[in-house]
Design a protein around this ligand. Structure first.
Ligand SMILES: [Zn+2]
Length: 115
């Protein structure tokens, strides 16, 4: 298993069947300590969002709280059991970290939907 650096959505490039056991640190997969730390160290890049939908394929639709187009992100795990619709969250615009409560997820940006 290897990731490519093509800029393609990794959901199409790499698949892992067991998110809990995943050691891949590419966007959308396991959250590395360094990614979590650099995200928390660059506080101005966080954007407040509301979770609009979450799907079995790991995609989430996020609506920016202060306006802007919806953002679709992907995580290798199905987050339906841990992220709630309507839940406030924060998305880091540079390092692709989604924060909900005390949880942090490494997410890949899939698209920014026109609104
Ligand atoms: Zn993975």
């Amino acid at each position: 298993m290897r990731s490519t650096q093509t800029g393609q959505p990794l959901a199409q490039v790499h698949t892992c069947e067991h998110g809990q056991m995943c050691a891949v640190e590419a966007p959308g997969h396991a959250l590395s300590l360094i990614r979590a730390r650099v995200a928390s160290a660059t506080a101005s890049k966080w954007q407040d969002v509301i979770v609009q939908s979450r799907n079995a394929d790991g995609t989430l639709v996020l609506s920016p709280l202060f306006g802007g187009a919806d953002i679709v992100v992907w995580h290798h795990d199905d987050l339906r059991g841990t992220v709630s619709i309507g839940e406030p969250a924060s998305l880091h615009g540079v390092y692709g970290v989604l924060a909900t409560g005390r949880a942090r997820y490494n997410v890949a940006a899939i698209s920014i939907a026109a609104s």
